[in-house]
Design a protein around this ligand. Structure first.
Ligand code: ADP
Length: 488
């Protein structure tokens, strides 16, 4: 049985002393000037000195230089003034140079005359607290950096509540949707994205609320009602108990990519048709001659015509792919281009329509003969394609001391002002011709690139319903690039 009488003052004092000695915190008594009078075991561990070594030192001499200056100029006077100073951070410097971060609480005891007699200080290791603070700081820096990335992103980033109410967004979102901050705050994800293309809104939200990220290709709806093709990554964010507390949406404008994909798709369909048609004509005409066992100039002319058409098409396809792969280059030589211009025009003439040609007697210029011929053939192909059978076509060649110009004028359907600025883009075809006249949308693109490689250009004037003039212009002195020309 425990006997209460054994607990006397002596036992309590001895226990207190044990508590003091064995405490996990450091305890130190110093004289008012900092001279150490007594320390416990934890102080030995924190400072790296034995109790004996410590009693020969001053507390402030165990600190870093900055700490010592602070101790003497701020800490000590404050302690004298207030009698108590709590939770001041210092670093002890151990004999091997190791720094130990600590927090110090001190109390100043006065003697009977009210003079400073003793300082009692409690010292806690702040190692874990410091590293925790450091981690927090690094985490904040990381978060700030990430926020910078989101702010500067060209993709729209929007965060929403679990029911889709818009909460936050970046500048790209304001640009993409055309709403200001006030309007966006009142909107719903459903107002910004259209969820009709096989991705029904309810299903998307159900996946997100179940914690499953969703990627959709859909369209974004801007204030003015315009829509953009977008690809959207939706991610649910969970709180500590695992329920979705917000949803983020990264929205990328893919309108341009989609347009190119569409054009490429149309182009492939059309190119295979364009290749098959002349082949079918050639086969048909040859079979007729064979069946009849007779030689026909008309059939042969058609066959020759179609082989030319095939050759031109294949040439265009190869040139465009060389241009795209940066393998396009010129072989330039000084030649008289008059015979070439005349010969190409002859090829495009027919019984119903001769091509009117006006040239000087001679025009010696530095050009890639084959490429210039290709450019002129493209213009004549179009002049024939986009005019009626008998409408006149004129070709003229002018030369001054700076520039040569080959102009092709037709009296055909002409080109609307909206289309003129796009004519020289790859695969572009004016909407009014797509259904009626076959073509690849490559001819003028190739022609422009050929002329640019010569240091020249192509320009057009057109009067819808009345006809167009395309002009190939290039310098008469060597100004062209004869090496590979980068794709644009
Ligand atoms: P393609 O003729 O194979 O479609 P091009 O690149 O040669 O491709 O021409 C692009 C577009 O420019 C044509 O689809 C047509 O809409 C327009 N175009 C070109 N030349 C003419 C022309 N002489 N008259 C009217 N439209 C033309």
């Amino acid at each position: 049985m425990w006997n209460p009488s054994v607990v006397n003052d002596d036992l309590l004092k001895a226990s207190l002393l044990d508590l003091y000695e064995q405490a996990p915190a450091g305890y130190v008594f110093t004289a008012p000037g900092g001279e150490i009078l007594r320390v416990n075991a934890a102080m030995e561990r924190l400072t790296g000195y034995s109790a004996d070594e410590l009693t020969a030192r001053r507390l402030q001499d165990l600190l870093t230089i900055g700490g010592k200056i602070f101790y003497e100029n701020q800490y000590s006077p404050l302690l004298r003034m207030q009698g108590v100073v709590d939770e001041i951070a210092f670093d002890f410097v151990q004999p091997d140079g190791t720094r130990v971060p600590v927090l110090m609480n001190a109390v100043l005891r006065l003697d009977e005359a009210g003079q400073p007699a003793l300082i009692a200080a409690t010292v806690f290791s702040a190692r874990s607290r410091r590293s925790y603070e450091l981690e927090l700081l690094q985490e904040r820096i990381r978060a700030d950096r990430l926020a910078d990335v989101v702010r500067a992103s060209i993709d729209a980033v929007v965060t929403c509540s679990p029911n889709g109410g818009v909460q936050d967004w970046n500048a790209a979102a304001e640009r993409m949707f055309g709403h200001d901050a006030d309007a966006l705050r009142r909107l719903h994800l459903r107002d910004l994205l259209s969820f009709d293309r096989g991705t029904e809104y309810g299903g998307v939200m159900a996946s997100l609320v179940a914690g499953v990220p969703v990627s959709v290709e859909t369209s974004a709806i801007a204030t003015d009602g315009a829509t953009l093709d977008v690809s959207v990554s939706l991610t649910p964010h969970l709180d500590e108990v695992g329920s979705v507390d917000s949803i983020s949406a990264i929205i990328r404008d893919v309108t341009e990519r989609r347009a190119i994909e569409r054009l490429q798709h149309e182009f492939l369909a059309m190119a295979s048709h364009e290749l098959r048609t002349p082949l079918a004509v050639i086969r048909g005409q040859s079979q007729v001659m064979r069946r009849r066992r007779s030689y026909s100039e008309t059939h042969l002319d058609t066959i020759i015509d179609q082989t030319r058409r095939l050759a031109r098409l294949i040439d265009d396809l190869l040139t465009a792919s060389e241009m795209e792969a940066d393998r396009f280059g010129l072989h330039v030589a000084e030649i008289d281009i008059v015979p070439m211009v005349r010969s190409v025009c002859r090829q495009f003439g027919s019984e119903e329509r001769e091509i009117g040609v006006r040239t000087p007697d001679e025009a010696v210029v530095p050009v890639d003969r084959h490429r210039l011929e290709q450019a002129l053939s493209n213009l004549l192909t179009n002049a024939v394609k986009y005019s009626s059978h008998s409408a006149a076509i004129e070709v003229s060649l002018h030369l001054d001391d700076r520039e040569a110009a080959i102009e092709v004028t037709d009296h055909g359907m002409g080109i609307g002002p909206d289309d003129v600025s796009h004519l020289f883009e790859r695969f572009y075809r004016a909407p009014n011709v797509v259904e009626h006249v076959k073509g690849t949308g490559l001819g003028l693109y190739i022609t422009r690139r050929i002329m640019e490689a010569h240091g020249g250009r192509i320009d057009v004037t057109s009067d819808p319903g009345r006809g167009s003039t395309f002009a190939l212009r290039f310098p008469v002195t060597i100004g062209c690039k004869s090496t590979a020309v980068p794709a644009q």
